[in-house]
Design a protein around this ligand. Structure first.
Ligand SMILES: CCCCCCCCCCC/C=C/C(=O)SCCNC(=O)CCNC(=O)[C@H](O)C(C)(C)COP(=O)(O)OP(=O)(O)OC[C@H]1O[C@@H](n2cnc3c(N)ncnc32)[C@H](O)[C@@H]1OP(=O)(O)O
Length: 400
């Protein structure tokens, strides 16, 4: 079986053994501490990036060589782009470790590398802060996200959907921010990653205003770009390497329900409901649910949800195997977070490798299903059935 991440990690360990004896101010660190930042790195979050570069100097604890290599690689990628220097010789261990780390980032865009650098430093700051003194909540929040609140504490990265007034409906910006957040969480020091919603809803699914923002290229262009966005979004969940937990604090609709089939644990408040009204919207299933739901709950129950839009209570979703455990709403947060904090202390590598063993053999299939579901939806979005359903939503809203 191809355990790609495992062999990559082994290679990393080999390099790290070679540099383990380096002092904190090793050559690995030098580029990360340089204050001069090339013009090519200029962009939206340049200020955050510069500030993160400065913050690395102020860390009280040596973050260890693995993290220093990550910082080095992200810094180089953010300022110079893809690795462009010849591979150092076999016995030049330190420079080879640095080169490997940079080269492993492939063609990661500079902007993403900057953001990941900022996120990594922010995670380091909050873990070093929490080990010395308690800081206000605002300090632990990740910068750079408008629609999410992201915090890292107790080895748990929490991604909270943060549009409570709109029931955490997912705008295109939100899909993109979630992808960035997952990318950052996959690389940070957390052991598990948690999704939840702010306010009374977990999420009301796709924000239907996504249908109203039509570009000059017309609705066809919008549908085409949206299908790519959807496919990329779901791919991030399929590929996510760490245990992924949904803390479903309230009702969940549409895509926020379907992707639960790609999560490793789903904890639900007894206030939560699970609703996929695709036919009502002239649409079809996504998030790989056309495959995961029949597999989880059997075809008969999957059909009730995905074709006929039957809304499940938390108890019903538990009985069908979509939900891991249901908690009374009054004690939901306390019970769930106590449980997750205990889980997050389990050995990180063992958990990640177990996830790979459990999930890897289906990955290729899931990617193919995701591509097919997205392709079909691209056509559906242009159908009269879908347009009429979206118009109905807005005319009902206008009458209120
Ligand atoms: C050309 C192609 C472009 C497509 C782009 C697609 C990109 C990827 C798509 C992936 C496929 C995903 C599919 C799905 O998720 S299908 C499910 C879609 N969701 C819904 O149909 C839910 C719609 N909302 C509702 O039915 C109700 O709002 C709800 C039952 C959730 C709550 O009702 P309640 O009465 O309690 O609250 P309000 O309706 O007053 O809501 C408060 C405000 O929030 C707005 N809102 C809520 N949900 C949505 C939503 N999904 N889209 C847009 N707006 C939403 C609601 O309108 C209220 O706003 P105002 O205060 O301004 O009135």
């Amino acid at each position: 079986m191809a355990l790609v991440g495992v062999s990559g990690r082994r290679a990393g360990c080999y390099c790290l053994r070679a540099v383990r004896s380096l002092p904190f101010c090793s050559p690995l660190q030098v580029p990360a501490l340089q204050l001069h930042i090339s013009k090519t790195a200029m962009g939206a979050c340049q200020k955050d990036f510069e500030s993160a570069v400065n913050q690395v100097k102020l860390l009280k604890k040596d973050p260890g060589n693995e993290v220093k290599l990550k910082l080095y690689a992200l810094y180089k990628q953010a300022t110079e782009g893809a690795c462009n220097t010849p591979k150092p010789g076999l016995f030049d261990l330190i420079n080879k470790a640095k080169w490997d780390a940079w080269n492993a980032l492939g063609n990661l865009p500079k902007e993403t590398a900057r953001q990941n650098y900022v996120d990594l430093v922010s995670g380091l700051r909050s873990s070093s802060d929490s080990s010395s003194q308690v800081k206000p909540e605002a300090d632990k929040k990740r910068a750079g996200y408008d629609t999410l609140v992201i915090t890292s504490e107790d080895c748990i990265t929490k991604i909270m959907l943060n549009r409570p007034a709109k029931k955490n409906a997912l705008t295109t910006q939100m899909y993109r921010e979630i992808m960035l957040a997952l990318e950052a969480a996959s690389k940070d020091d957390s052991t598990i990653t948690v999704f939840t919603g702010n306010g009374d809803y977990y999420s009301s699914g796709n924000d239907l205003t996504n249908f109203t923002d039509i570009p000059p290229g017309g609705i066809e262009e919008k549908a085409k770009n949206s299908a790519i966005l959807l496919r990329d979004f779901v791919d991030c969940f399929i590929d996510f390497p760490k245990p992924l937990v949904a803390v479903v604090n309230g009702p969940a609709v549409g895509i926020s329900v379907t992707i639960l089939g790609l999560f490793d644990l789903v904890y639900a408040s007894d206030r939560a409901t699970f609703h996929t009204p695709f036919s009502h919207l002239g649409q079809t299933p996504e998030g790989c649910s056309s495959y995961t739901f029949p597999k989880i709950m059997g075809p008969a129950k999957a059909v009730e949800m995905l074709i006929f839009g039957k809304k499940l209570t938390a108890g019903e979703a538990y009985a069908q195997g979509l939900v891991t455990e249901v908690f009374p709403d009054s004690t939901f947060q306390k019970e769930v977070w106590t449980r997750l904090k205990a889980y997050s202390k389990l050995p990180q590598n063992a958990m990640h490798i177990s996830k790979q063993i459990i999930r890897n053999h289906e990955k290729e299939k899931l990617h193919a299903i995701n591509a097919e579901e997205s392709r079909i939806l691209q056509e559906r979005w242009l159908s009269d059935e879908c347009m009429n359903a979206v118009m109905d939503f807005f005319s009902r809203k206008a009458k209120l």
